[in-house]
Design a protein around this ligand. Sequence first.
Ligand SMILES: [Zn+2]
Length: 224
Amino acid sequence: MAETNLILLGPPGAGKGTQAERLQADFALAHISTGDMLRAQVAQGTELGAEAQKFMNAGELVPDEVILGMIAQRISEQDAQDGFLLDGFPRNVEQADALAAMLVDGQRRLTAALLIEVSDDEVVRRLAGRRVCMKSGHVYHVEFDPPKHEDVCDQDGSRLIQREDDREETIRRRLEVYRRQTAPLIDYYEDAGVLRRFDGRRNPNEVHNHIRATVATLRMEDKL
Ligand SMILES: [Zn+2]
């Protein structure tokens, strides 16, 4: 069977992580999240991690050269030979060109770029409402999953805080960066004929069903 190589696009808070996990299970793809790769570097205290942390703290994106080497290595690994799902990469047209060159080198091709569309205000509503308990990191949402007592963890009674990453001004800044750098990718992949759009305002199950059906169809077409 031909490999299934996918890119997942959409703003922060669109639910890409959830969809990626499900698609990975549906189609046995290597799920490659630049966020996870970077967080692992930060947690391990590597030089690359320290470098990346500075940009992430400022709500900025990590520079291309830090990312590209990691991706090239990762998609060549054994578990990615039948297909991969890129989540958080590419983030701009330069990265997309670099990815295209990597794929040509490996005589591979992109199956589809999946775009989950959500408005800025909806992203803010989802992310700025998150509260995390200081003791154990239990997660709540002021609107969708509130604690019984305001700002107190149901499970251990510790205080709930809003993380720096979840503050509205940080989110708006990330969205600005997203619109400026990533939105051109939508045209890029549309021109390449591989863009597929999904309505991210729907619930995660509906979004998943729609994406899964689309990818299944593309795989069948590949086999013909
Ligand atoms: Zn707690």
